[in-house]
Design a protein around this ligand. Structure first.
Ligand code: SF4
Ligand code: SF4
Length: 177
């Protein structure tokens, strides 16, 4: 009898709650990403977007990530003095920024820890891969997610470079010495 009662349960009661992701990514809706027919809330943790020009290579996100899934490589460059009274200085220049989504547990600590508004959540879960190596997103791909970040979540006045400029090295970071 119990089995029959479950079979007769109305279909609506078996639906996941509003906002829960389905298993299949099919496209976008007006209020957010549509996944399996269910809209993703705009602030959902789908994927992390990198605003590369804001990254100063401070390494805070790398240090705070509990899963060690962020990798950053950089080098130091000498910059000439800027303006009267300025002095030559050294800056860190980004060579590599990668997040391994095969390790990431979507805790959001890196996004919270970044003091320079360089990391943001984009509500896009559509990047599953057959090869686990494809879950490592390099800086260019992380930059491409920025277009999916809800506009209200980005800093006011942020000017995003074109897609082709998204891979430019970060310059003007904190003085290296
Ligand atoms: S969301 Fe958490 S686990 Fe994923 S990269 Fe950021 S700090 Fe690491
Ligand atoms: S993303 Fe943010 S926290 Fe990470 S290195 Fe760049 S500026 Fe620092």
């Amino acid at each position: 009898m119990a089995r029959r009662a479950r079979a007769e349960r109305p279909l609506a009661a078996a639906q996941p709650p509003a906002g829960r992701a389905g298993a299949r990514h099919v496209g976008r809706g007006g209020g957010g990403v549509v996944s399996g027919g269910y809209p993703q809330p705009e602030r959902s943790r789908g994927v992390i977007a990198l605003v590369e020009q804001n990254c100063t290579v401070c390494m805070l996100c790398v240090r705070e990530c509990p899963d060690w899934c962020i990798e950053i490589d950089s080098h130091v460059e000498r910059k000439p003095a800027e303006g009267p009274g300025g002095r030559p200085h050294s800056v860190h220049v980004l060579d590599r920024f990668a997040i391994d989504y095969g390790l990431c547990m979507y805790c959001g600590i890196c996004v919270e820890a970044c003091p320079f508004d360089a990391l943001f959540w984009a509500p896009d879960p559509g990047y599953s891969a057959l090869d686990v190596r494809d879950l490592v997103h390099e800086r260019d791909r992380l930059g491409e997610w920025v277009k999916d970040v809800p506009p209200g979540a980005l800093p006011a006045g942020l000017e995003l470079p074109g897609a082709s400029e998204g891979s430019q090295p970060a310059a003007g970071g904190p003085a290296a010495d």
